[in-house]
Write a protein that binds this ligand. Structure first.
Ligand code: TRP
Length: 334
């Protein structure tokens, strides 16, 4: 393990992760455990910005943790924890809010998009301060790299600006983190609309492969995936987005190259190909689903993992907050 530290977070906003979450993010998290000192956080405080039902939030937080473990995060090789268990996140977030300009925060595209949809009068202040809480998540751990999707680039830029501003004003305190924008190749599209990213905000669930869905449900979704005109099974993202997306999924889950799969299916039809994709997906996800359900069946064990994770996280975060408080002139309690 190198000394280089990574930190990333995922919101517990749904009952199941989907294949886009896994191939676009969590798979890289699993790989980074071996090369980096890795911190991974289920960001339940961020999820509050969408006013979840308390029962759902509780369930989704535990399900998120169980899925991360089932997909390969190993508490012996990384620090896995729940954001609200480490109070330092809120403490540093306030300091970050006090250092952010109103105009600067108003220019964040996620806030702008949401306030257009919801109306500026009704949009929550939490949506406005969301990026400062995210900056705190990252800076607390002195992370060198932050593996995220392209949509988080602006948040990473703000985090870097705030860290630089703080260091300039109060002396070097924070490591300036780098975004580690995940590869485009890992991008998975909706099965029904293969030009849009696979996302839980899609209009219908029929284009979404959910990790915890039954094998039968996922097989059905793949067999009814939108395909393209023509009949060749070839990768051509421009002209054949549907088949290309299925090839990406097949290749990522089987570890075989796209070229090899194209060769195997030369001269065969879309029906045969889809059946093979469904088989690979089911073979991959069935043990993950079973492991997740098994973990959820033992809440005491899950609780122990999270308690240990929070302890490890807090040891680092507490040190950062003590240093920050001291530098900005807050006196210790004595
Ligand atoms: N905003 C991120 C997302 O929606 C989630 C997140 C919160 C995060 N805190 C983080 C990601 C810290 C990386 C690092 O995907």
């Amino acid at each position: 393990m190198s000394n280089s530290r990574v930190l990333s977070g995922i919101q517990p906003t749904s009952g199941s992760f989907h294949l886009g979450n896994y191939l676009g993010a969590v798979k890289q998290w699993v790989e980074l455990q071996d090369s980096h000192d890795a911190f991974y956080c289920v960001v339940d405080l961020h999820a509050l910005t969408s006013a979840p039902d308390p029962k759902e939030l509780r369930k989704n937080t535990l399900t998120s943790v169980a899925q991360l473990l089932a997909l390969g995060l190993d508490p012996e090789r990384c620090t896995l924890f729940v954001q609200s268990h480490v109070v330092e996140h809120n403490q540093l977030a306030w300091v970050m809010e006090c250092m952010t300009g109103f105009g600067e925060a108003s220019r964040m595209t996620q806030f702008k998009d949401k306030s257009v949809k919801t109306g500026t009068d009704r949009i929550g202040v939490g949506v406005f301060t969301y990026p400062m809480l995210m900056a705190a998540d990252i800076l607390l751990y002195q992370a060198n790299q932050v593996p995220v999707g392209e949509d988080q680039r602006q948040h990473i830029e703000l985090t870097r600006d705030l860290a630089g501003r703080f260091n300039h004003q109060y002396g070097k305190t924070f490591i300036i983190p780098e975004g580690f924008i995940l590869k485009e190749g890992a991008k998975i599209y909706d099965l029904q609309d293969p030009t849009s990213k696979m996302s839980k905000s899609a209009e219908s669930l029929s284009g979404l492969i959910e990790i915890l869905d039954t094998p039968a449900a996922n097989t059905k979704k793949i067999k009814s995936a939108v395909t393209d005109t023509g009949r060749e099974i070839t990768f051509d993202a421009q002209n054949k987005p549907g088949i290309s997306n299925l090839l990406t999924i097949f290749s990522a889950l089987s570890g075989r190259s796209v070229a090899e799969i194209e060769n195997e299916f030369a001269g065969k039809g879309y029906g045969d190909f889809k059946a093979a994709v469904a088989e690979v997906v089911v073979e991959y996800l069935t043990p993950v689903r079973e492991k997740t359900l098994e973990l959820l069946d033992d809440p005491t064990h899950l609780g122990q993992i999270l308690s240990r994770g929070a302890e490890k996280a807090q040891a680092v975060a507490g040190k950062t907050v003590r240093d920050v408080y001291d530098r900005i002139g807050l006196i210790p309690r004595g």
